[in-house]
Each structure stands twice: as C-alpha cells, then as structure tokens.
Design a protein around this ligand. Structure first.
Ligand SMILES: [Fe+2]
Ligand SMILES: [Fe+2]
Length: 343
C-alpha cells in the first residue's frame, strides 16, 4: 500500500526534508517511504520543500573588496623611518677635525689611484712607497681607485686585464692594514664604487670599519689643527672643472665654488700629478693632483690619456705660523723636514 507523505513535525518529516535539501535522489527517497515518484514530487511541491542549490561545502574565503591604500602621511612617515635606518649605512662624515698636538711642522701625504690588481701597475713602486710611508711614520690620506675592480659586463675583455677581484681586494685590505698607523682618512673612487653601484652595498665602508679607519666615501673636508694653526683640506676623487692643460683648475674652482676656506685641495682620478702653490683670499694655498701606479694602462692608451706617472704629493704644515709648503714627491717633504730637524 502506498503511504502518504509524513506528518510535519515528525522525525521522519525532518529526515525527508534534510535528504531532499542535500540532493538525494527523489526516486530513492520516495521508494524508502513507499511512495510513487509522482506522489512524492507532488507532496514536495505542496509542502514547499526543495533541493538547496549548492555544490560546495565548507568555509568560503572573504569576498573581494577594493583595498584601501596607505595614506600620503603614512607613506611619508614610513619612508622617513626607513631613511633613518638606511642612513646608518649610507651617510659618512664629510667634515671632520684632526688635531695634531705639536710644535713642529708635520707632513701629510695624498695618495690615490693605486689600481691594485691591474696588469700594468708599477707594483715595485707600490711596495717601496708603502714601506717608505710606514717606516718614516708618515701620515697619508688614501684616495679612490685603490683596486682596479673591473666588474661591468660591458668590460668583460678588460676584466681579463686584471687579477681576480678577490685577490686585488685582498691586497688592498692587507695594504690598509699594513699602513693602519699611517692613515688619516680613506675614500672610495669610481673603480671601487662600481661594486657598490652593482650590489647596493659599499664594502669599502665595511673594510675600513673592520680595520678602524676613518672612511669619508666620495669626498672629505679635513680641518687639520696643527699646533695653533688650522689648515682645512678638501679631498675628492672625481669632480667637474677639469682641464687637460691646467691640471689644478679643478682644485681652484672647487675651492672658489664650494669650499673657500680650504687651504689644500686634492683632486684625484686623472692619474697625472701636479702641485701648485698659489694665493687665494690673501692666503697661501696648495692645489694637488695625485698620480697613480697604473703606468701601463690599456684604457688610458686606448683613449689617448698620456702622462700618467707614479706620484704621491705631500704638504708640510707649520704649527706656530700660517705656513704651508707643497711637494710633488713625499720623499722631498721628508728631506725638507729633516733639514728643519722637525721629523
Ligand atoms: Fe684611477
Ligand atoms: Fe678614478
């Protein structure tokens, strides 16, 4: 006998509702309660029971809403905080004072463009100059291009004209360590800095930090307080105002434009040394272009840059009178001071 649809409110009614809603076959359900397929469907329609239209069970992820971007103020605040964090790595002192308590004249050497690792460097001169500085207790400012560091993909061929970079950097570090007590400041040059430009990290800064040397990166102004006198030095590797004929034009223009207090201006990078003593603002000044050890330089010859020579200029500064004397060769400064019985 065909049964009727269960009464509402009975457990069997609820069971049938849940089976229908979850999608069980109508035929199976009808058969299980001894109803005809048609009678069952009519009953469902009369009771208003339907399959639930879903094919997914579980928790859905949230619906997309247009995300709110950080505000103008938030951008500024976060970037400024990031800038403070980066500043620790990026910024270096550009103006410092070095006090020399003495009543005798002192010598300070400017040396740069060592290009260690390049083939065509006068390594014998490197050796003898470094030993001379160390053994005569000279103090020097170490300029840029300390090691050759050809790392650019565009210079692959030129990259073969050098020792492995790890080896040249090793020699640079060992040279700085050997001269540690003879060094006032260290700076980078375009060759050293290619690595920082490629990698974002300035390893010269880390090298000098480990050896506990004063690193001034691209340029430095050192106020040498010698006894009672103050002699500000401006030192830079590359700059504007270069003249092939008038080598010290660069030094004088930088002094006039930006550092009128400078008494010594050292400019490196061009590998052709010059020293000129001149008068500016009624005071004696010394302009210096440093030399190089890269005396057989393929790049220089390719581009017609002749005249590179080994040269570490030096300046003698007097402590009790306003007097500076520039020497193209540091050895002559030593001879001069020995004549004054001041070393
Ligand atoms: Fe150089
Ligand atoms: Fe350079």
């Amino acid at each position: 006998m065909v049964k009727k649809f269960p009464e509402k409110g009975t457990p069997l009614y609820d069971q049938i509702v849940s089976r229908v809603e979850r999608g069980d076959s109508y035929g199976d359900i009808a058969e299980s309660i001894d109803m005809t397929f048609k009678g069952f469907k009519d009953a469902l329609r009369a009771e208003g029971i339907k399959r639930k239209q879903t094919n997914f069970e579980g928790v859905l992820p949230p619906a997309y809403e247009l995300s709110k971007s950080a505000t103008w103020e938030e951008h500024l605040e976060v970037i400024q905080r990031m800038d403070n964090l980066v500043a620790f790595h990026q910024r270096v002192p550009s103006e410092i004072t070095i006090k020399i308590n003495t009543d005798k004249p002192v010598i300070r050497v400017a040396t740069a463009d060592w290009h260690l690792g390049m083939f065509g460097v006068d390594y014998q001169a490197v050796k003898s100059d470094c030993l001379f500085m160390r053994d005569n207790d000279l103090k020097a400012n170490i300029g840029g291009d300390g090691y050759h560091n050809i790392i650019q993909p565009s210079k692959m061929g030129s990259g073969h004209n050098q020792t492995p970079i790890s080896v040249q950097k090793g020699l640079y570090v060992l040279t700085l360590e050997m001269l540690k007590d003879s060094i006032d400041t260290v700076r980078t040059g375009n060759h050293n800095y290619w690595a920082a430009l490629a990698e974002g990290e300035d390893w010269d800064r880390e090298i000098t930090r480990k050896i506990k040397l004063l690193y001034m990166k691209h340029f430095g102004v050192v106020y040498y307080k010698v006894g009672n006198m103050v002699y500000p030095w401006l030192m830079l590797h590359k700059s504007r105002y270069n003249s092939s004929f008038n080598l010290t034009h660069n030094c004088k223009q930088n002094q006039r434009m930006y550092f009128p207090k400078a008494r010594v201006v050292v400019a490196e990078h061009n590998h052709i040394a010059a020293v000129e003593q001149y008068r500016y603002d009624n005071q004696e000044c010394v302009a210096i272009r440093t030399g190089t050890y890269a005396v057989y330089d393929d790049y220089a010859q390719q581009n017609g840059y002749f005249g590179a020579h080994v040269c570490n200029p030096a300046v003698v500064m007097f402590p009790n009178e306003d007097k500076l004397v520039g020497f193209k060769d540091m050895r002559d400064a030593v001879t001069y001071c020995r004549g004054l019985v001041c070393v």
